[in-house]
Design a binder for this molecule. Structure first.
Ligand SMILES: [Zn+2]
Length: 53
């Protein structure tokens, strides 16, 4: 299972709207809205995944 970094939904890669490669990692986006969000500000969502505080 993968996670949509924008909305946080767990996703089946086969059902993802689109996959985006960013800094060597592949991200799965569930819908065009999440895709647009991710492309607007990828750094924000990539950072969010590691919440190490
Ligand atoms: Zn989403």
């Amino acid at each position: 299972m993968h996670k949509d970094p924008v909305c946080g939904r767990k996703m089946n890669p086969n059902k993802a709207h689109i996959t985006i490669e960013y800094e060597g990692k592949t991200y799965y986006l569930c819908c065009p809205l999440c895709q647009a969000e991710f492309e607007k500000n990828p750094g924000k969502y990539v950072k969010k995944e590691k919440s190490g505080r």
